[in-house]
Design a binder for this molecule. Structure first.
Ligand SMILES: *Cc1c(COP(=O)(O)O)cnc(C)c1O
Length: 403
């Protein structure tokens, strides 16, 4: 493995984004979707760093937003309003107004009461609100319970038992235009089987809820395709072709219905790494700790979802040992990994925590009054496996470090 020497003026920890890998991922995702005439919206909450979203917008993806500020940011970053969708169980009046004022493609509504409020706001603005109904289909995603969203006990979407009533309300209101149905069953789904089960539900509901008779033309199937956190280097591209094929094989909706997806993690997770310096090592009774200068502030996923990220030492090639890698924050959950093998590690070594392109920088916390981490952009394809010092300095002098 090549040894990595960052220039002195980059302070750790920082996020490092590989734009070449991002482009390769986008190419693969867009081509796989285009084969079937599907459109992808990028889930902004996964990572809204402008360097990332600029690249994504250039590939023609739409945006999927979960707050008014995300809608505003997507517009500012040049996503066309007609390619923006907006979901969320708790949209405020102000957020609904913004979405209607900006003429986004569709609001994905999650309850009857939200639909009633949306109608009232639309009437006040003398505008017709384009809405899709987010359905809670009762499909298990076989993922961590905190990122499962399509089960009956989850707060998301309209339950099947209320769906007809909600659809009738939308169909009959002069201030609402019923665009279609929306689903999103969870995240980091690593088997294609839940998606196949989803298509069965969708086919059934499109028929029994008379979606054609209601004039629906939009079917939004959400996101959730998982990535390989265990072997990010060997498996950096998610199986987009297989994923879309499942839908193409099993979906039975009329040809004029526009099928859309909302992918976040699978687009950006693997292009990001969190680079952190080792502050200290110390021995516990039965374990050795590596104390990094990054913590749950920069990467909250292990503390929030008990998730694992692959970690490598960029500066040591010594014999392997077993470590727990922890952060500096005053929380016992501020742990990145337990009982992992790393080359013998000491103060000053640099570690790469892999697969930090999604739900890492965008979840950054300032808890403990910590500094905001910086960002470095690299193009690994054109500059060798790791960015060299000269290239990194160029990046920084162009002002691309966002902190
Ligand atoms: C978060 C979210 C997504 C993206 O999920 P990924 O697992 O990152 O693909 C898509 N749709 C909605 C409604 C979301 O909330």
């Amino acid at each position: 493995m090549s040894i990595f020497h960052p220039s002195e003026n980059i302070s750790t920890p920082y996020y490092q984004y590989d734009l070449a890998l991002l482009r390769q991922t986008l190419q693969h995702a867009s081509e796989s979707a285009a084969v079937h005439g599907y459109k992808i919206h990028y889930a902004m909450k996964a990572n809204n760093n402008p360097a990332i979203t600029d690249t994504i917008r250039d590939y023609g993806l739409g945006a999927d937003c979960v707050s008014g500020n995300e809608v505003a940011e997507a517009l500012r970053q040049g996503f066309p309003a007609r390619e923006i969708v907006y979901a969320g169980v708790g949209k405020s009046d102000k957020e609904i107004e913004l979405a209607l004022r900006e003429d986004i493609l569709c609001l994905n509504c999650e309850s009857l009461e939200e639909l009633q409020v949306t109608e009232e706001i639309a009437r006040g603005m003398q505008k017709i609100a384009p809405v899709a109904i987010r359905v809670n289909p009762g499909v298990a995603a076989n993922t961590h319970r905190y990122i499962t969203t399509g089960l009956e006990e989850n707060k998301f979407g309209v339950h099947l038992s209320q769906l007809r009533e909600v659809l009738d309300f939308a169909s009959e209101s002069p201030w609402l235009q019923l665009m279609g149905l929306h689903f999103h069953i969870g995240s980091q789904i690593t088997s294609l089987q839940p998606f196949e089960m989803l298509t069965t539900k969708v086919n059934d509901l499109w028929q029994t809820m008379n979606m054609d008779e209601r004039g629906a033309t939009l079917l939004n199937l959400g996101g959730g395709l998982g990535v390989d956190y265990d072997n990010p280097e060997g498996n950096s591209l998610p199986p987009f072709a297989e994923y879309f094929d499942v839908f193409a094989r099993h979906l039975q909706v009329p040809g004029h219905v526009k099928v859309r997806f909302e992918l976040g993690r699978s687009i950006v997770a693997q292009c990001g790494k969190l680079i952190t310096k080792v502050l200290y090592t110390k021995k516990g009774v039965n374990r050795s700790f590596v104390i990094a200068d990054a913590g749950m502030n920069e990467l909250m996923r292990p503390a929030l979802y008990q998730s694992r990220h692959h970690i490598t030492n960029l500066t040591s090639t010594k014999a392997p040992q077993i470590y727990d890698v922890v952060g500096p924050v005053c929380e016992s959950s501020d742990v990145f990994a337990t009982h992992i093998e790393l080359p013998q590690t000491g103060r000053g070594d640099l570690l790469a925590i892999h697969s930090c392109g999604a739900y890492s920088e965008s979840m950054m916390l300032l808890y403990n009054m910590r500094d905001r981490a910086g960002v470095v952009l690299v193009n690994e394809n054109s500059h060798g496996h790791m960015a060299d010092e000269a290239y990194m300095s160029t990046v920084l002098s162009k002002g691309n470090e966002i902190s």
